[in-house]
Ligand binder design. Structure first.
Ligand code: ATP
Length: 295
């Protein structure tokens, strides 16, 4: 399901001394099936834009097209339920929203709220727990007895239980250890593939953008200042610096190598790309033990 912003402005607390224009003239599309990363310096408007993806916020002016639904300043708050099902948002630290006695009940809460029978919702809960890589033995446990990473997966299972078409992730790996981060990012890639999801990821982790996204939206001071593939966005380090953004670690390392005289046709984005580029530049003699031609 595609989401399109047309000339969207958003102002917090208009007409008060606290009035803040958070979005200005946003014209951007999140294509169906894309893995879109939304990046930008703190305060650039990412969270505000994210809340427009399922009409938690409505534009002050302009239009957001979410699938076939058109959201304008005049859209009523009624009748947004089906939209909220289609676009599932995993907010930062979603585990803080767990509240039920058992893992099963927590995951089943959303579907039951939408009229699914208890038996069917509990069946869905079991399926979703499996989908997020947790064992069925956890179903009857209290969510509060789980590890932080497991709690987060349960919270994500609760969002997936609504069978969204678009999964929106707001800094989903914040606070996890490196292995936990990697596992979580791999899980989203797998879910996207298996569930045919459109994914929107808000992140400050440029490595994740390079490794997983295929479309990037860059924001600065409430405006979209660039859209493109990760390769488009990360080819101009000076431009990124100007917008207070960094490079993926691999790209930053490749840049150091360029300063020491190596050449890359394009700066590599991932470890695999860097390794392949370096190997291609090394002389055959660097590969010890392979050749017996001279003997
Ligand atoms: N509830 C609010 N009331 C008034 N102003 C707000 C509110 N929420 C955000 N803002 C302001 O809107 C602007 C955009 O904030 P937003 O949270 O969307 O940025 P962000 O890019 O998500 O930042 P971060 O990376 O720190 O999460 C900022 O100037 C912020 O101070």
């Amino acid at each position: 399901m595609a989401i399109e912003f047309k000339q969207v402005d958003f102002t917090y607390q208009p007409g008060t001394p606290f009035e803040t224009k958070a979005l200005a003239d946003i014209n951007v599309t999140i294509p169906t099936g894309s893995y879109t990363a939304l990046i930008g310096h703190t305060g650039s408007g990412k969270s505000t834009l994210l809340q427009h993806l399922n009409a938690l916020l409505k534009p002050t002016s302009g239009t957001v097209l979410i699938g076939d639904r058109e959201i304008t300043p005049a859209t009523s708050n009624k009748d947004l339920k089906s939209l909220r099902r289609k676009v599932g948002i995993v907010f930062q630290f979603p585990e803080s929203q767990l509240f039920e006695e058992t893992v099963a009940k927590d995951i089943a809460f959303g579907p039951q709220n939408f009229g699914v029978s208890e038996a069917d919702a509990l069946k869905t809960a079991a399926d979703m727990l499996d989908l997020v890589g947790l064992p069925a033995t956890l179903l009857d446990r209290s969510p509060f007895d789980l590890s932080g990473g497991q709690m987060r997966r349960v919270a994500i299972a609760g969002v997936l239980a609504m069978q969204p078409q678009v999964l929106v992730l707001d800094e989903p790996t914040a606070g996890l250890d490196p292995q936990g981060r990697l596992d979580m990012m791999e899980m989203f890639a797998q879910l996207r593939h298996d569930q045919d999801l459109t994914v929107v990821l808000v992140t400050h982790q440029m490595d994740d953008v390079a490794n997983y996204a295929d479309h990037v939206i860059v924001m600065d001071q409430g405006r979209v200042v660039k859209t493109g593939t990760p390769r488009d966005v990360f080819q101009d380090p000076e431009w990124l610096l100007k917008h207070q953004l960094g490079l993926p670690k691999t790209t930053a390392f490749a840049r150091q190598l360029v300063q020491k005289g190596l050449h890359f046709d394009q700066l590599p984005l991932t470890e695999d790309e860097l390794a392949a580029d370096l190997v291609a530049q090394l002389p055959a003699s660097a590969f010890g033990g392979g050749s017996t031609d001279d003997e």
